[in-house]
Ligand binder design. Structure first.
Ligand SMILES: Cc1ncc(COP(=O)(O)O)c(C=O)c1O
Length: 382
């Protein structure tokens, strides 16, 4: 799908282009960025920003970096994550981490197995570096013969967990099995865990599992989806000991350091998350999910294909042969921006044609208004 002057004109727009359109909209439930209200405790941290800025100015960068990462990993249950500077590379955002990783992978590998569906900038960045992709469907990742996850010739397996847009989480025993198979075949295992803050089932200690398996791994951690900090955020590349990829070199081609202020802010938000902020966030998302589902409950043949999802986005199966791009266009004309799911299905776009994605990290009134608008658009077309 591509858009020109507001109209859908072809089939090549990526999700971020659609999300950019939504930035000016009255009701924007398109992007997965965190746009919910700050909690009172988070507001206090923000009120204290001038003092935090001064503190960040005075402190040494390595110390700030280590403190922020330790606090973040503790909040997310990742107690065995390596915090050493050589193994924890902080970036401005997870897309920057992804670009760095992809460039390093392209130095060694021609072929990567990638979860399907997933957020389209992951396949786009990999393909941009001429890496061939093999789709790994969620059912094969979750059960069955583990060798199906490691097709011949693939040098790296890339899994988003929890996945965007489905919310699917790779359970601990399955991660252990895949990690052991990767070790056996010397395949690099990459995890994008950007959405793990929303789901306690994704907060078992992944690093303990990966270290036990002894595989080569890279984990992309992210703060950008969880806290409404106006996109002051970090993405991180966490590396196994003997990764043997030029990641640090590519990192140094792209950046020297992230903002010390953002590191100081992340430490404070992570401490708050560990002290109750994370359950509060999860409760807010659950409430918005209930709200969205209830606004759509009366629309015939609309359903929610991810009943167990806890992430901050919700897929809606619009049913009755309705087309998601047409629904997206109707809503867009009414000032309401959602995402049609076609681009998530990077290997077979038509699989996404019946799904709309609605972002839930918003004030409840925004989610409710979006749900009502979607219900109205779908009933008008039924
Ligand atoms: C799974 C996943 N990883 C990475 C990103 C990129 O995040 P950012 O735009 O903060 O760099 C996204 C964006 O939605 C995502 O869904």
């Amino acid at each position: 799908m591509a858009i020109e002057g507001g109209a859908v004109v072809s089939t090549s727009a990526n999700l971020t282009e659609l999300e950019t359109r939504a930035l000016e909209a009255a009701i924007n439930v398109a992007d997965g960025h965190a746009r919910q209200y700050l909690t009172p405790a988070q507001q206090q941290i923000v009120d204290d920003f001038p003092r935090l800025f001064k503190e960040a100015e005075r402190m040494s960068y390595p110390e700030l970096n280590a403190r922020a990462m330790r606090a973040l990993m503790r909040a997310l249950g990742q107690h065995e994550a390596p915090i050493a500077e050589s193994r924890f590379l902080t970036c401005y955002a997870s897309s920057v981490a992804m670009e760095i990783l992809a460039r390093a992978l392209s130095d060694r590998f021609r072929s990567v197995g990638l979860i399907h569906p997933t957020f389209d900038n992951i396949p786009d960045i990999l393909r941009g570096l001429r890496i061939d992709l093999t789709p790994l469907g969620e059912p094969a990742l979750l059960s069955g013969d583990v060798s199906d996850v490691l097709p011949p010739g693939v040098g790296c397996v890339f899994i988003t967990t929890p996945n965007n847009p489905t919310g699917t989480v790779l359970p601990e025993e399955r991660l252990a099995l895949i990690a052991r198979a990767c070790e056996h075949r010397d395949v690099v295992l990459v995890l994008d865990t950007s959405f793990r803050g929303f789901d306690p089932r994704a907060q078992y200690d992944h690093y303990a599992v990966l270290e036990r398996a002894g595989c080569r791994y890279v984990v992309i951690e992210d703060t950008g989806k969880i806290w409404p900090t106006l996109d002051l955020k970090l993405g991180c590349l966490v590396l196994s000991d003997r990764i043997d990829l030029p990641i640090a070199r590519v990192y140094s081609d792209i950046l020297l350091n992230v903002s010390p202020f953002v590191l100081a802010m992340v430490e404070k938000f992570a401490e708050d998350a560990a002290g109750g902020g994370l359950p509060a966030l999860q409760a807010g998302i659950a409430e918005n999910r209930r709200l969205l589902r209830s606004t759509l409950a009366y629309v015939p043949n609309v359903s929610f294909p991810d009943p167990d999802s806890r992430v901050s986005v919700e897929r809606v199966l619009i049913g009755d042969g309705r087309d998601a791009v047409a629904a997206w266009e109707t809503l867009r004309q009414r000032g309401v921006h959602v995402l049609p799911c076609r681009p998530f299905h990077w290997a077979n776009g038509s699989e996404g044609d019946a799904f709309i994605r609605v972002a839930l990290a918003r004030p409840p009134a925004v989610v409710e208004a979006a749900g009502r608008a979607l219900a109205s658009a779908l009933t008008a077309r039924a």
